[in-house]
Design a protein around this ligand. Structure first.
Ligand SMILES: [Zn+2]
Length: 401
């Protein structure tokens, strides 16, 4: 999300609100002036304790009340229009504006309506990137990337290439703690293949998990595509999930310093357990017609824990999952999709992005926006929520029950 864009939108919004307030106060001021004129005429008769005099006094009292009301509304307007500006100082992908104009179907009775910047529809943990949905490369996204090299503390090794353009693996910083947890669990569960084991010389040997690829620039993907013999494994430039920094290719780096694919045991373990860490196995052979990419046993995508559970439970790829939310759990009128995970239960629904600057969502009163992912939270409590763009025209809202 481009924070500057948000700030501009907010300034624009605040400006609109201020203008509206000013108009109101100008109107009220005109009323005041006109009525004061009337009072001056009536004041001449003030010394006579007549009924008209009493009416004039009454009018004067009403005018004073009206003036105080205008002053109160102006001050309130200024105070509330400052709040969103303060919210934009963090790097969250959505900047809520509260409003009371919420649709109230049964399931969200008591919820409040929040406005989010429609421009954020192309970013977030759930962006769909494939040959039909090109990634939009939000201008601030590279600031969210972390180079893995030197930050793994012996847990897993990274590909280092002679070609300078390929040096280093960068990933979305928010998913690193979960990647680490997943790798630790995978190492603990796969001692038979990963070691420690005795090699043929009787020495202790240890294979390691290798993150062979992370973030890719558009130029880099173009080179990959141009060099590929078989493009059924390679996405077009702009259409690779690796552009998001949320996709990883996992391989094994052996004690003999050979790079090999995931082996039996390791492959089963990660396919069976990656959802607990917020990852999905993105490309499976039976989903080729939906994803456009052949079976890739090494490619995993971070989508956050509730969605990884949901896709695994229902055996849906990201394309199918998004289509299901869009058609059956769309907007605030339909009942949300519900999923249970080992970090809590969640409600999930889809909202199409508004053509206007602001798209409205509904969340529980007092809801707390999670700026990264539920996977990165120490404690998930009721009312915490995330919003992610889908990169196909909408947002997915996820609320902890
Ligand atoms: Zn990949």
């Amino acid at each position: 999300m481009n924070t500057d864009d948000n700030r501009n939108r907010y300034n624009t919004m605040s400006g609109t609100q201020n203008t509206r307030t000013t108009q109101t106060s100008t109107d009220m001021g005109r009323t005041y002036t006109q009525q004061t004129g009337m009072i001056k005429k009536k004041r001449k008769r003030r010394f006579k304790p007549t009924k008209e005099g009493m009416i004039a006094l009454g009018e004067l009292f009403l005018i004073i009340v009206a003036v105080f009301l205008v002053i109160f509304l102006v001050i309130k307007g200024i105070t509330s229009s400052k709040k969103p500006g303060e919210t934009t100082s963090d790097s969250t992908s959505t900047v809520p504006v509260q409003t009371t104009e919420a649709p109230k179907p049964k399931w969200n009775a008591g919820y409040i309506s929040l406005g989010i910047a429609s421009s954020g529809k192309g970013e977030g943990n759930l962006v769909l990137v494939n040959n039909d949905h090109e990634f939009m490369f939000p201008s601030k996204m590279t600031s969210k990337l972390t180079e893995l090299y030197g930050k793994t503390e012996g847990l897993f090794v990274l590909g280092r290439y002679e070609d300078a353009s390929r040096r280093g693996v960068y990933l979305n910083s928010g998913m690193l703690p979960n990647l680490r947890k997943m790798c630790e669990a995978m190492i603990a569960a796969n001692k038979e293949t990963l070691g420690p084991y005795k090699d043929k010389d009787g020495k202790d040997a240890l294979d390691m998990i290798m993150i062979a690829s992370g973030f890719r620039s558009k130029d880099y993907q173009q080179n990959l595509f141009d060099d590929a013999d078989d493009t059924s494994f390679v996405a077009k430039a702009g259409c690779s999930e690796h552009h998001t920094g949320l996709a990883i290719d996992i391989k094994i780096f052996t004690a003999k310093k050979a790079t090999v694919d995931l082996r039996a045991g390791e492959y089963e373990w990660i396919t069976e357990n990656c959802h607990k860490y917020g990852f999905i196995r993105r490309y499976q052979p039976e989903k080729l017609d939906k994803t456009g990419i052949s079976n890739e046993e090494w490619h995993f995508r971070f989508v956050d824990i509730p969605h990884a559970y949901a896709m695994k439970n229902a055996d849906l790829c990201l394309e199918e999952y998004m289509a299901m939310l869009k058609s059956q759990h769309n907007n605030t009128e339909d009942t949300p999709y519900e999923v249970s995970t080992d970090i809590g239960d969640f409600l999930i629904y889809y909202v199409p992005a508004d053509v206007a600057d602001i798209t409205y969502i509904t969340v529980p009163q007092g809801a707390k926006l999670v700026s990264g992912s539920f996977a990165a939270e120490q404690n998930v409590t009721s009312g915490m929520y995330t919003v992610s763009g889908t990169n196909e025209g909408g947002f997915i809202v996820t609320i902890a029950k």
